[in-house]
Design a protein around this ligand. Structure first.
Ligand code: BGC
Length: 968
């Protein structure tokens, strides 16, 4: 199928790339009419947009790529009844071999049409008709009811600004060029499989069982799917082959999945996964499915540690269920499902636990053990656990790291340094050279002590140890560690010559394990320390995005703490495409909400404490529970996801109503046990923090209400904000409008959340500035809640120089201090380690905590100036966005990019002798509102950029721009 419009038309290029000359004219004098390049008006159906040429002769068409269904590329087992589609458009030259010119023309979509068909029959189940819009994301399916276990193909046609339609690119092959697929799963139909497990017990740290089921040979096989889930962790093998490894090999280079089915609120739901196992099915003999089943998040120590007497919380023991569906060529389906006929025996994994590690003993010869009958479990509690599709990202073995050095301590322990703190596990291979019963013990640490031995005090009760008996390759299967260093005991004498390079390169490696999110952000600048800080933030995210956004990966915690999540989510969603990841987590957060309205302090909440308690260590708390509003809002601002706002808005109100009730009509709330957590000797009262946050959350709720069209609620929230502001003002500011509690965070809250009257702002800002500059000699004192606001609030209040000074501060406490000390990840505390006192409070001291990494959003939004336009529905998901870099004097250059849902946005500036050169890219089908880093009078005249007199803003059409701004 080829493009539809009549051949021969030539689309010419706009001169969107230009080295602009500086004009003395001030902004107001810039003509409002479109420039030669034709400022793109993204209004529906403006086919006559003028598109003139600087690079004549190449025909262009719109190409469509990155087609997704519910954020996933070609998902299988997808159970969303109204899936949302998205794609991106970009111009490409017509006619195969024609090279794309350097100049990117200002093209955009003016209309689209989507067709959905059943793949097998070709029957159309939805034709959206032509919709005049530039939007290419969050398009909700509105066709016939989808059928379970059915493959669908969706395709899209787009029209460009000249009204020409494209449904394929010139060079595409295949029947549906702009097309993608999705396959449904159970879609609410019942499972035939039953939950099975070993004989009933309630202990943990037991051997990992291996289950086995088989089905007779099947003839005429067309395809096979494995649907499987566990309350625990499972790993399947089909006819002896590791399903995870095999499907990886066939799915375009993706890394092997692990830690399935992930962690959800198991009281209410668990995710199942679907795998295409057609290639693993035997066409001639019986098919045998074996599954190992570990305790994982469901029944291991992580779910018991703080419960009364270390008892199981979710359930006594792990169970799983699986259905292998073999579809025959005649359309019939034969199934192998878990039931009482399944058998099990122990595997060689003697113990596996998320906190404690794994013990594997190859000498056990477990394959010789007799099989026992599996036990079917069908308690009411299990019946109440909904089995839902895998909407989040798979956890995968994402990277392999090689040792940077290996040293031997006097006691014989080998210390292996990977040069990077991260989350994962080691892979060790003795290549058959050791005695068969050789025992190796591997401990994991993030730091070394002064004597060079492993520092493990901060792991608290987590044993974090691999014990391996054997002499071949081994990598733990059902656990993960947070580490940079290994301490290995028991390496056989044959390995004594550790300088043998083969030992380093081949025999020990490490696998970084995390949720396989696509990285969407880059940042680099002329200051190497800042570049390393950015890299550390990325590693903090990689290390703590392991199915759930966690606080840390190493000690006996690793929980989805909600404040950590909410403060980091804005940075996180620049760094990576976290749409599916957070959407999945938000479902659990909301399921964990108590009937009264309390969101928990961590989700999933294995203790169910949030249901009952406020002002309790595990209960609900201001700044933490408010993630229930903040994270959906961030998903809306980044991905244009209105659905999460609609879906959870009533839950948000329930939380705010609970807070209001708790205040007993005073609008003074007092329920955060953590307050401005881990600040530098600058505590704030719980009441200050809670009341301020309550006010801010009402403002946010009003904005959310407006986006989803709930005007009455918006007004009500604004009224409550006003009452809270008054109460706050009366209680926490004195008669002169000065803070009674004088900390940097206090000032930041008041300024950012609008909690004082206008004339009082300056005084509060003055206090903030003097506290930073004079009292603390250009240092911060903020904790978890204040830190993410610090640079932004200073910037918004005319203190950009001070913001840069704080960011670039290298002495303690600061963001860069750990970098100067060799940190490779973000630390939990400003003083996790310092020269003066050494290690910080060992009772809680992680070297891999992302919260203070929230500062990365300032790199994108302020240093390079890429940011969303938040409250205008037409702008959502970066369809229209802001470019407003604010170069710091201390930096010579800086460059950032963000792969938005509409395409890649770039912004890079560099100081040259007499000018600042700023290069930026506005992707096809978007518009940028540009604020130049210079006074209005010095804005260079730039083809492709026009002045919008009404908004008093410069508007840039899609294109690549280079502008030179003279200093004077
Ligand atoms: C976690 C934090 C969390 C806090 C609650 C800690 O143990 O690691 O990051 O937010 O508890 O105060």
């Amino acid at each position: 199928m080829k493009h539809r419009f009549a051949a021969g038309l030539v689309i010419c290029f706009a001169a969107a790339v230009c080295l602009a000359s500086c004009s003395d004219s001030n902004a107001e004098r810039v003509p409002e009419s479109k420039t030669e390049s034709g400022a793109v008006d993204n209004k529906v159906g403006s086919p006559e947009t003028e598109v003139k040429t600087s690079d004549a002769g190449v025909e262009l068409q719109l190409d469509v790529s990155d087609m997704r269904t519910e954020y996933h590329v070609r998902p299988i087992g997808m159970d969303e009844p109204k899936p949302r589609f998205s794609y991106t458009v970009q111009p490409i030259p017509m006619g195969g071999d024609v090279p794309m010119p350097e100049v990117i023309p200002p093209k955009h979509q003016t209309a689209r049409r989507i067709h959905v068909k059943e793949t097998k029959t070709g029957r159309e189940v939805w034709d959206s008709g032509w919709v005049e819009t530039g939007e290419t994301i969050q398009i909700e399916y509105e066709g016939e009811q989808l059928k379970p276990f059915t493959a669908y193909t969706w395709s899209v046609e787009v029209k460009d600004e000249a009204g020409r339609a494209f449904d394929s690119c010139d060079t595409c092959t295949g029947p549906y060029p702009f097309s993608s697929t999705f396959e449904t799963g159970f879609l609410g139909t019942p499972w035939q499989a039953e939950w099975i497990g070993t004989e009933p017990h309630s202990e943990n740290l037991r051997p990992v069982p291996l289950f086995r089921g088989e089905m007779p040979a099947v003839e005429g096989i067309a395809q096979a799917r494995l649907y499987i889930t566990a309350l625990g962790l499972y790993k399947p093998y089909l006819n002896g082959k590791d399903v995870f490894k095999e499907i990886t090999a066939t799915s375009s280079g993706a890394m092997s999945v692990c830690m399935t089915p992930g962690w959800t609120d198991y009281y209410h739901r668990v995710q199942y996964q679907a795998y295409d196992v057609t290639k693993l099915i035997s066409k001639s003999t019986k098919n045998v499915l074996t599954v190992s089943l570990a305790e994982g998040w469901y029944a291991g120590r992580i779910s018991r540690l703080w419960s009364d007497g270390n008892k199981p919380t979710y359930g006594d023991q792990p169970v799983f269920k699986a259905e292998l569906h073999i579809r025959k060529t005649d359309g019939s389906v034969v199934k192998l499902v878990t039931d009482k006929d399944w058998k099990y025996r122990d595997s060689a994994i003697v113990m596996s636990d998320i906190y404690d590690g794994e013990h594997y003993d190859a000498t056990l010869k477990t394959e010789d053990q007799p099989y026992r009958d599996a036990v079917v479990f069908n308690s009411d509690a299990l019946k109440n656990v909904a089995i839902e599709w895998q909407s989040g990202e798979f956890v995968r073995e994402m990277r392999t790291l090689k040792p940077k050095s290996i040293r031997k301590l006097e006691n014989g322990t080998l210390i292996v340094d990977f040069g990077q703190n991260f989350t994962g596990r080691e892979r060790i291979n003795l290549r058959g050279t050791a005695p068969e019963d050789n025992v190796i013990r591997i401990r994991h640490g993030e730091m070394l002590k002064e004597d060079g031995s492993l520092y493990t005090d901060n792991l608290r009760s987590a044993k974090a140890t691999t014990t391996y008996v054997g002499r071949q390759e081994y990598e733990p299967q059902f656990t993960f560690y947070g580490f940079r260093y290994l301490g290995i005991e028991g390496v056989p004498a044959s390995y004594d010559n550790i300088s043998h390079p083969g030992f380093m390169r081949e025999d020990i490696s490490a696998i970084a394990v995390y949720s396989g999110l696509k990285e969407t952000g880059t940042f680099t600048c002329s200051e190497p320390l800042l570049n390393r800080l950015f890299e550390n933030i990325l590693w903090g995210q990689r290390s703590n995005f392991l199915d759930v956004p966690t606080d840390c990966p190493q000690r006996d915690e690793r929980l989805g703490w909600t404040a950590d999540t909410q403060v980091f989510a804005n940075a996180a969603t620049y760094n990576m495409d976290a749409a599916a990841f957070y959407t999945k987590w938000l479902r659990d957060l909301n399921l964990c909400q108590s009937p009264e309205g309390g969101y928990p302090s961590f989700a999933p909440d294995q203790y169910r404490y949030a249901a009952a308690k406020g002002n309790d260590f595990f209960g609900y708390a201001s700044g933490w529970s408010d993630a229930g509003l903040i994270v959906p809002w961030i998903l809306y601002t980044k991905y244009g996801d209105r659905r999460v706002l609609e879906q959870y808005f009533d839950n948000m109100l329930k939380w705010l109503e609970l807070q209001e009730r708790n205040s007993g009509g005073t609008y003074i709330i007092d329920n955060t046990v953590y307050a401005d957590w881990l600040n530098m000797d600058a505590n704030l009262s719980s009441a200050f923090v809670s009341t301020a946050y309550f006010a801010a959350m009402n403002t946010l709720a009003a904005r959310i209400a407006r986006v989803i069209g709930r005007e009455d609620d918006a007004r009500k929230r604004e009224e409550i904000f006003a009452k809270t502001k008054k109460a706050f003002r009366g209680r926490f500011l004195d008669e002169n409008g000065e803070l009674k509690e004088k900390t940097q965070t206090a000032a930041l809250f008041v300024l950012d959340f609008d909690l004082c009257d206008e004339p009082e702002r300056q005084g509060i800002l003055d206090f903030l500035v003097s506290d930073i500059t004079e009292t603390r000699k250009n240092h911060l004192s903020t904790g978890f809640l204040g830190t993410p606001l610090l640079l932004r609030v200073l910037t918004e209040n005319g203190q950009i120089d001070l913001a840069y000074k704080l960011l670039l501060q290298t002495s303690f406490p600061s963001w860069l201090y750990p970098v100067t000390q060799g940190a490779t990840t973000m630390w939990e505390r400003w003083d996790s380690w310092n020269e003066e006192r050494g290690f910080g409070d060992v009772s809680m001291n992680s070297f891999n905590h992302y919260a203070y990494g929230a500062v990365a959003d300032w790199f994108y939004e302020t240093i390079c100036g890429i940011r969303p336009i938040t409250d205008d529905p037409g702008a959502r998901g970066f369809h229209r966005f802001r470019l407003k870099p604010m170069p710091g004097k201390e930096l010579k250059s800086a460059s950032a990019s963000y792969l938005s849902s509409y395409g890649k946005i770039e912004s890079a500036w560099e100081r040259k002798e007499n000018e600042l050169v700023w290069k930026f890219t506005v992707p096809c089908n978007t518009t940028a509102e540009v604020v130049f880093p210079c006074p209005a009078g010095r804005v260079p005249e730039t083809p492709g950029i026009t002045f919008d007199a009404e908004k008093k803003l410069w508007i840039a059409a899609p294109g690549k721009y280079t502008v030179a701004i003279p200093y004077n």
